[in-house]
Write a protein of this length. Structure first.
Length: 376
């Protein structure tokens, strides 16, 4: 058996190698490396896939969040509600823009933002909410949208881990992650479900005026070359990356199915296990399993992680410290005990290998290795 990977990008590439190589060679032949035709084509194809009216590519997922906040005209000193259990980029851009994060706790089983915490976070300076569709499924968008409308707030969906997940509203209407709020953002980091071979990102919106503003800010604040209407940034998706993403987008639904098959086998293997809590699947969202994240109960996560490593099984802790307790964000005045669910999760969560090309024998070995730790 070959070495087990958290994400096996090499095998995934080998499966689509002719398509990818042809796409790359075509870009090189055309020498349109910046804003080439593949960038526009990819944005149109991703819009068709997601149902978003407008897709604006950019350089990475962090830029997407920052540009979204700039386009929504968030001002220094204003506040943005954000879960404390997520990757740092979500709050990083809030701080960079002179805004203040208003942290909220998350649900203990789906890991998504806890809607019941919003009322405590609301205040006169709050202008927006950034729900993070963590690990691959949607937050409770129906509740969030109603809350935002009631309090005149903007919603930026962080969809970096959940592209392709489908949310179902109580009336039966369906929408993809990233297409329900004012702006959706995503990352095409190589390990993402839809990943390129470098950095990349995109923004989604259904508002034509907002789409134009997002596009303008991402391009130095200009609609027409050398005529700058606003302060902007330089954030482009390379044509080479767009060409690769066009190929991989065709396979995204299959990738999601493969990840769900892996997750199903993990679920079955650890059903009713006394020391392993498997991730709950939300009733109103499909799951694309960017990560398969268990909670280790009544045992040492670090010892299990070391056991796995010694047996050749990688694992990762996403995330070891909640954002409100990170040194960079202590200035905002939060303390230990403020968000007990997130603080508890950071001590228990462990993400297991999951990817589109995982072999059953590899997963069987992973499962048996985990079980052997608890039978010692």
């Amino acid at each position: 058996m070959t070495a087990i990977q958290m994400v096996d990008l090499r095998t995934q590439y080998e499966q689509i190698k002719p398509e990818v190589n042809q796409a790359i060679q075509q870009v090189i032949n055309n020498t349109a490396f910046i804003n080439g035709p593949d960038v526009k084509a990819f944005s149109e194809e991703l819009a068709a896939f997601t149902g978003a009216k407008f897709v604006i590519p950019c350089a990475n997922g962090t830029d997407a969040l920052q540009i979204a906040m700039m386009a929504l005209d968030f001002k220094p000193g204003q506040e943005v509600i954000v879960p404390t259990f997520t990757y740092v980029a979500t709050v990083e851009v809030i701080a960079l823009l002179g805004l203040k994060p208003k942290f909220v706790d998350v649900l203990p089983d789906t890991y998504e933002l806890d809607p019941t915490q919003l009322a405590k976070a609301i205040g006169p300076k709050v202008v927006g909410i950034v729900p993070v569709h963590l690990y691959g499924q949607c937050s409770d968008m129906e509740y969030l949208l109603e809350f935002a409308q009631k309090h005149n707030l903007k919603i930026i969906e962080d969809t970096a881990q959940a592209i392709g997940a489908i949310y179902t509203f109580s009336d039966g209407r369906k929408a993809q992650a990233g297409t329900m709020g004012d702006v959706g953002t995503t990352s095409f980091f190589p390990s993402k479900n839809l990943g390129c071979y470098g950095d990349g990102g995109a923004m989604f919106t259904n508002d034509p005026i907002l789409a134009e503003r997002l596009r303008m800010i991402a391009n130095h604040g200009q609609k027409k070359k050398y005529y700058h209407d606003s302060i902007g940034v330089n954030s482009r998706l390379d044509t080479l990356q767009a060409a690769i993403l066009r190929v991989k987008l065709k396979h995204l639904s299959r990738y999601s199915e493969s990840r769900n098959e892996v997750a199903d086998r993990y679920d079955e293997a650890f059903l009713n296990h006394p020391h392993i809590k498997t991730p709950k699947r939300a009733t109103n969202s499909t799951h694309v399993f960017h990560q398969y994240t268990i909670q280790v109960e009544g045992a040492s996560r670090e010892e299990l992680k070391e056991h796995l490593q010694n047996k050749g099984v990688p694992s990762m802790v996403y995330y070891p410290v909640p954002l409100h307790l990170q040194n960079a964000y202590l200035e905002f005045g939060y303390h230990v005990g403020d968000f007990p669910v997130a603080e508890s999760l950071c001590k228990k969560v462990l993400s297991l290998p999951i990817h589109t090309e995982m072999k059953k024998e590899e997963q069987t070995y992973i499962i048996e290795t985990i079980k052997s730790f608890f039978s010692k």
